[in-house]
Design a protein around this ligand. Structure first.
Ligand SMILES: Cc1ncc(C[n+]2csc(CCOP(=O)(O)OP(=O)(O)O)c2C)c(N)n1
Ligand SMILES: [Mg+2]
Length: 900
């Protein structure tokens, strides 16, 4: 602050302050504010550094005299916009006439039509010139307008529009931007509020990463994200703004449709959402362009010599502005201009009709054009355009700016007639056309001026959009077994964790001569925890500015290395941000025609649980890549406690239809799974799926992959979900009692210990299976079950899990470091008595041994479970069970561990 600086000329300072006081006294605060603004402008021009002010008056950022020439044909553009507005409203109405309750939105697009049309006619670049075009994130609820434009362009048929929100037939249009369901059209899902903005920021960041690493020249593409003003309340919308500011992402433009309303009512009835957003964005280093007032206000502002209009604009809350949008000109004269005679005089020459028609900037394409142009010319900063609009604009007084507007899905004939008149479509849509129950669509015929203009503009701008294109790529030479050989060889006597094994494999992949360059390791602030220090030193962290300091560990081999061309994306403590980067790279095969292999390692508890909705988006957007949940397992992670102990991520992941989920125990299982995943992501027939592996920090010697045929059997089993790890144990002098133990991950030790105890002490011979994926087993079983149900005469097929367990006898007991619901996924296909032990409940801090005893997943509990099952079938005595409980000092009367 200034008071901490010495004042070298107090007299001069006092003179300045006196003059300022005099202005306030004599001419008022508005004049004083004006002078200050002028001084600041002057300071900037003279390169006198001054911290950016976070907010500016409630007027357009671009003054009228600095607006560029509008190069379009205003008349034709207005006609085109009218057609699109009409078709969007007709499509939603028709869908709801035919299928009551099918839904859709009229008001969002109605408020944003000009925001899109200026983009479509003048800025958004397509891909038909062989480039990548612009990446446009359309506001989800505005989808009707985007479909309507595609229809007017001739890209969608009437039949398709008539199947809006009716997708099951196969020819329908998804409600919102869903590439999963309309993959030739939609590119970027946005409808879960906040995710569009977040993903756009990291898309821009990933584009720079690809550029700096000279993998793809992304420099000609801009990323545009259209957001709602209500949507800005989502932490995801604004939480990453600083990334864009810090990295100077001038390839990024946000357009916020500030219609002042969200679903229920005003966004900031008592405040000003545009001013608030301006401060937020500016503070994060963005260039902010406000488009508040339409051209007709310019003349009033020019005559506002004493600043009363500006003051009124600055002090009127959004709730009032919303009300003015629903009121008559007389009301506006009375309430907005009325109280102050100077203001009233300012609009004396305007009729009430004129006052009602004073438009907002977001409906004025000249103002918007100026804003977009400036935004695209901005260097060194991302830009946000805050455009003020009316929600439901042109849809008539019963819909426009009403609190219920978001939820209106259907228009009456009278409302449609009024809309038709408002859009001057009497010729195209004659009265009789509205006699039918459903309003007609209108497409300007080929050769008409509108059609010519529309297609001409899109031709100049390299074709239509949205348009999702998956280009044929020359495929990479896939890494051979060598990259995986460390995994298959085992670790000898040396103890290692699966996380360490994975880190080693990652390093091998990054070093691979063909594929290595395309491997993108992503971490939030946890690389050390996962043993990635060698990778950091070797592959370096991506830092757009390089490393402009001497790192504290520069004299060490494993130093913290940052580089402009760094390969590792260390995204800081933001799982959502890291996931958004992952999503951008997981779809680079489509966006940039260049498949990447993103591998995102995170603390497993802070994975699906924290960013589950982004994982869902990853499935929607057809992302390909590998997620690794490290420090997994409710008892394997010792000491950390309840908020850290992941006992459920495989279950959370299992709800995502695009996920392949694996829970490997050994390095060679990781090798097999990763080899398969890399082939299926980067190979000639890539799948639009992603992999999730759970990795642990418990150290034990890693066994080698068996060689020869046995190795092949293991490899196949690992991928299908289970294989026999240990044959039935030799029983010294015992009975022929049998059992099967199923384990996953580090619980293999518990299973093997129990197997030995069962053989030595209880005369039970158990075999042990590694279950690498209950979800893969379940998917297979569900498919078989369905096929059997629907083909009653065909030979009965048998699920893999049933076949695998068919040739043993005795009970099957599964032990997992997750909820029992994980193994229970396959319960109904296990052909023998089945029980599972797992870690239901809240985690705790303690040692592994104490935790496994507490959660009843240690070897003793496994033995008791087997004996208890045997007793149920008469193959063991109840006394034996009681004896085991006593011998292992199990407290049978303690409370269930999952109840507290
Ligand atoms: C995460 C999430 N929460 C809630 C919704 C439901 N929703 C859909 S639109 C909407 C209001 C949108 O308001 P705004 O962002 O201002 O957009 P507008 O339609 O006004 O342009 C809400 C709450 C959603 N789609 N996503
Ligand atoms: Mg809104």
């Amino acid at each position: 602050m200034s008071h901490q600086l010495p004042d070298i000329d107090p007299q001069e300072t006092a003179e300045w302050i006196d003059s300022f006081d005099a202005v306030v006294d004599a001419e008022g605060r508005p004049r004083a504010r004006f002078l200050l603004m002028k001084l600041l402008e002057r300071a900037r021009a003279m390169q006198v550094d001054f911290p950016a002010t976070v907010s500016t008056p409630y007027v357009n950022t671009i003054p009228q005299d600095q607006e560029p020439w509008f190069p379009g044909d205003e008349y034709v553009e207005r006609r085109i916009r009218a057609y699109i507005r009409w078709n969007a409203a007709a499509m939603v109405s028709r869908a709801n006439y035919r299928s009551e309750g099918i839904g859709g939105h009229l008001a969002t697009y109605a408020s944003s039509a000009s925001l899109y049309e200026v983009g479509f006619n003048h800025f958004f670049r397509g891909k038909s010139d062989g480039g990548f075009g612009d990446l446009v994130y359309f506001q989800g609820h505005g989808s009707p307008g985007i479909y309507a434009r595609a229809f007017v362009e001739g890209r969608l048929t009437e039949d398709q529009l008539d199947h809006f929100r009716q997708e099951v037939s196969g020819r329908g249009l998804p409600s919102y931007p869903h590439p999963r369901l309309l993959p030739e059209f939609w590119e970027y899902p946005t409808v879960s509020m906040g995710l569009g903005g977040l993903c756009a920021i990291y898309q821009a960041h990933a584009a720079r990463y690809l550029l700096q690493r000279e993998i793809v020249d992304t420099s000609a593409s801009r990323i545009w994200a259209f957001l709602g003003d209500g949507e800005l309340d989502e932490v995801e919308s604004i939480g990453a703004l600083g990334v864009a500011g810090r990295e100077h992402l001038d390839n990024l433009i946000f357009v916020v449709n500030c219609n002042l309303q969200r679903l229920d009512g005003p966004v900031r009835g008592n405040g000003k959402v545009i001013q608030e957003a301006e401060a937020t964005f500016r503070g994060a280093g963005w260039n902010v362009i406000k488009v508040i007032w339409g051209s007709k206000w310019d003349e009033l502002l020019a005559r506002d010599i004493d600043g009363v209009l500006l003051d009124k604009m600055n002090t009127t809350p959004d709730g009032e502005f919303q009300k003015y949008a629903t009121e008559s000109g007389a009301y506006i004269r009375e309430h907005f201009f009325g109280p102050d005679p100077r203001l009233r005089r300012l609009v004396e020459h305007l009729s009430d009709a004129d006052l009602q028609a004073l438009p907002r900037g977001g409906h004025d394409y000249r103002k918007l054009y100026a804003a977009y142009k400036l935004a695209t010319e901005q260097v060194g900063q991302p830009t946000v355009i805050l455009a003020k609009t009316v929600k439901g604009w042109t849809l008539g007084p019963e819909i426009e700016a009403r609190n219920a507007t978001h939820q209106i899905k259907k228009m009456t004939k009278a409302q449609l007639l009024a809309l038709r008149d408002r859009l001057y479509l009497q010729e195209e849509i004659p009265d009789e056309a509205l006699d039918a129950e459903q309003p007609p669509y209108y497409r300007p015929p080929e050769g008409s001026p509108a059609h010519e203009y529309l297609s001409g503009r899109r031709k100049v701008l390299a074709g239509p959009l949205p348009s999702r294109v998956v280009r044929a790529v020359t495929h990479y030479a896939l890494p051979d077994d060598k990259a995986f050989s460390d995994m298959f060889a085992g670790s000898g006597a040396q103890a290692a964790s699966t996380t360490m094994a994975f880190a080693r494999l990652l390093r091998n992949l990054a070093r691979d001569p063909a594929l290595g360059r395309y491997v993108a390791p992503i971490v939030p602030d946890e690389a050390r925890t996962f043993g990635l220090e060698p990778l950091i030193a070797e592959s370096k962290i991506y830092a757009p500015e390089g490393q402009r300091y001497t790192p504290v560990d520069s004299d060490l081999i494993l130093r913290y290395a940052e580089d402009r061309k760094g390969q590792i994306l260390q995204e800081g403590i933001t799982e959502a941000g890291a996931m958004a980067t992952f999503i951008a790279l997981a779809t680079s095969y489509a966006t940039w025609g260049r498949p990447m292999l993103p591998i995102y390692l995170f603390y497993s508890m802070f994975g699906f649980q924290r960013i589950g909705d982004l994982a869902w988006l990853l499935g929607d957007i057809r992302g390909r890549g590998i997620l690794a949940g490290c420090t997994a397992g409710r008892t394997t992670l010792q000491g950390e406690g309840l908020q850290h102990d992941d006992g459920h991520s495989p279950l959370l992941a299992s709800v995502n239809p695009a996920a392949h989920i694996y829970d490997p125990a050994f390095a060679y299982e990781i090798g097999v799974i990763m080899h398969d995943a890399v082939t299926r992501i980067m190979g000639p027939e890539p799948e639009d799926r992603f992999w999730y592996l759970t990795l642990y920090n418990e150290n034990y010697p890693m066994p080698p992959l068996p060689t020869g045929d046995a190795g092949d059997v293991v490899r196949a089993g690992v991928l299908r979900g289970m294989y026999r790890f240990a044959e039935p144990a030799e029983v010294p002098d015992g009975t022929n009692r049998r059992a099967t133990l199923l384990f996953s991950g580090p619980m293999w030790q518990v299973a093997m210990e129990a197997r030995a105890m069962l053989a030595a002490d209880w005369g039970v011979s158990a075999d042990a299976w590694s279950v690498t994926s209950y979800t893969e087993l379940r998917e297979d079983a569900l498919s078989v079950e369905r096929a059997n149900r629907l083909h009653p005469h065909a030979e009965r097929a048998v699920p893999y899990v049933t076949r695998a367990l068919a040739d043993g006898t005795g009970p099957v007991v599964a032990v997992t470091d997750y909820l029992r619901a994980v193994p229970d996924q396959v319960a109904r296909w296990v052909p023998r008595p089945f029980v599972s032990l797992g870690t239901d409940g809240f985690g705790r801090s303690d040692t592994r041994a104490a935790l496994r005893r507490f959660f009843e997943v240690d070897a003793a509990h496994l033995v008791v479970a087997v004996l208890s099952e045997l007793a149920d079938t008469g193959d063991a005595k109840r006394d034996e069970v009681a004896e085991a409980i006593g011998r292992y000092e199990i407290d049978a009367d303690s409370a269930d561990p999952w109840t507290d």
